[in-house]
Design a protein around this ligand. Structure first.
Ligand SMILES: [Zn+2]
Length: 285
């Protein structure tokens, strides 16, 4: 159908760049001078987060970010069944949210490229802790980048280093945490399905999204990722979805974890794809 293919990038243009860029959370380490050398950070502390900022007049904004981060943490851990880690980010294990005063400082001091809006890392030797780094005053930070990066950190804590989690599943869950995104993505993906442009799941699972140059493909990768997670979670229940994550955490590959968590509805990845596409087609008739 004419128009449906171009519709998705248009609909998603508000956030796909953010997704692509913010998900450059990278395990790369900083190699440049610390901002603290000439801009000492102040901080506000919550139960699980510590927000660092550079000027006293930013304290109210930092406090707002801290309060929102605590809310997201509670919701995200609950969504994925990660309650046993409620204490793991407390005290000296708080996650640091480092906020530079502006984008220029962020790029300059972190070495991130111009298009980067935020990143999260659990490996950072530079910051010596779990960290989310961005800058103050960024449009949509509270509703998009902040919950998205917190979700990545929670998920990494839950799944550990050795689990075999498809990137699309991880990015689908991270996007789940963002506000006001679910409905618009699901509607867009239904139109893509009607136009026959859906990326097959086998291809989606192997996409090298960080190096993908085609922004329409990148948009579609993220949108399909969220749509699949929404389908599994909302149509087939939170308990089974949590079981899937536990099985992945415990070392099963995705197909094995799917068979265990959804033995009757998705005994294989092919079944998941068929049922998801059938669901997308329901409203398109
Ligand atoms: Zn991400």
């Amino acid at each position: 159908m004419t128009g449906t293919v171009s519709l998705l990038p248009r609909i998603l243009s508000g956030f796909h760049v953010f997704i692509l860029l913010s998900c450059f959370f990278l395990s790369q380490l900083f190699s440049i001078a610390c901002a603290g050398d000439n801009q000492p950070f102040q901080e506000v502390r919550g139960e699980h987060f510590l927000v660092e900022f550079t000027a006293e007049q930013e304290r109210a904004s930092a406090r707002q970010i801290l309060d929102r981060a605590e809310l997201y943490y509670s919701k995200i851990t609950s969504d994925i069944g990660h309650s046993r880690h409620q204490q793991s980010w407390a005290w000296d294990r708080r996650v640091r949210i480092v906020l530079y005063p502006d984008q220029f400082s962020y790029n300059r001091f972190t070495g991130q490229p111009q298009w980067s809006k935020a990143y999260a890392s659990r490996y950072s030797k530079f910051f010596s802790s779990r960290v989310i780094v961005s800058w103050l005053g960024q449009l949509g930070f509270l509703e998009e980048a902040l919950p998205h990066e917190i979700a990545h950190l929670v998920l990494w804590d839950f799944l550990g280093f050795s689990s075999k989690v498809p990137l699309w599943l991880e990015e689908g869950i991270a996007q789940l945490a963002e506000s006001d995104k679910r409905e618009i993505v699901q509607q867009a993906i239904k139109q893509v399905e009607a136009s026959g442009q859906i990326i097959p799941l086998a291809i989606l699972a192997g996409m090298d999204i960080v190096n993908e140059k085609d922004t329409a493909k990148v948009s579609l990768f993220y949108a399909q990722s969220l749509s699949l997670v929404l389908f599994m979670l909302e149509k087939h229940g939170r308990d089974a979805f949590r079981r899937l994550l536990r099985e992945l955490r415990d070392g099963k590959d995705f197909e094995q974890a799917l068979q265990t968590a959804y033995p009757l509805v998705f005994p294989s990845v092919n079944d998941l794809e068929k049922r998801w596409k059938a669901f997308l087609s329901l409203d398109n008739i």
